[in-house]
Design a protein around this ligand. Sequence first.
Ligand SMILES: *Cc1c(COP(=O)(O)O)cnc(C)c1O
Length: 378
Amino acid sequence: MHFETRAVHTGVNKDTAYNSCITPIYPSSTFYWDDLNTTKGYDYTRSGNPTRSAMEENIASLEGGIDCKATSTGMSAITTCMHLFKPGDHIIAGHDIYGGTYRLFADVFTGMGFKFSFVNMGDSANVKTALTTETKAIWIETPSNPLLNLVDIAAITAVAKEAGCTTIADNTFLSPYLQRPFEHGVDIVIHSTTKYLNGHSDVVGGCVVTRDESNKERVAYIVNALGLACSPFDAWLVLRGVKTLGPRMEAHQRGAMALARMLHEHPAVETVYYPGLESHSGHELAKRQQDGFGAMFSFDVAGGRPAAERFFEKVTLFALAESLGGVESLVEYPETMSHASMTAAARREAGITEKTIRVSVGIEHPDDLVADVRQALE
Ligand SMILES: *Cc1c(COP(=O)(O)O)cnc(C)c1O
């Protein structure tokens, strides 16, 4: 069945008691046993819960995996993956990965004896060069934040296969509607469901999707042993949100394309970073690897910080806020917000300046979004 159909129906139809069309929320922490050997499939909600299972079945199908484990946040999904490895293991990651992931790797897990190399993954040769005999995993995030640099997933998984290491992809920025890393050879996919999968800015959550039995078993064991699973209510909200993922992504990227095209021509704008524009360095790769260009982009405003401040004051439809992937449009300033934990030097090296503004395009009508940004730049 097609993606949109699976999004609506997979995992959903579970209520044999009353035939409810919508998956019930089972907040019960515990489930009673019929006898010493028999449960109805669940015994304790940390280990498993029917509402959470419904959502996990749905997302596993959308990514093309065999299993999914839902976690309390995107960070706990990443924490789960790190527990597949041990101190002394070496992991290669992109130099422009999500800031929270960078902090978890470079501080918390480095402090526990894990070793990391952060490389420019735009060229798979850099990954090859960074390989050591201890390398156990390669962490892929594409497109990157906030400048939408692309990683050739198939090129990286080819290097990983040769070296015998696991590949893990953070697919938060595009969602499985626009990119399915399993199709390019990745072993494990993670999400911050906080973003497009839930899509309504009312949940913080994550998930880990697997495609083989051994990772499936180990991930389920770790999520239970560490106690990282999400609440039944959060799972229910994400399941509700994910049903409209396809139509939402179409609407999101319609607005993004209209805005990016307008800004590309605008005299007050120096550069637009959107893979949907022919001028973007990742345009051809995006066409090959993705089913669309997504709805995140950044642009450099002429006039630096004063111009950016004026823009944030004047936009009305775009809230000044971090996060992304919700139905409402957001703008933010990486310099003092999402990327403030980087040093100024690291930001400059990554190409983030006082001119850079990041946009998460919602599903409002493109004409209204374009008109609002136009007046704010005047
Ligand atoms: C938000 C985000 C995360 C972290 O997810 P939380 O739900 O905030 O814990 C990880 N990766 C990417 C790409 C993100 O955008």
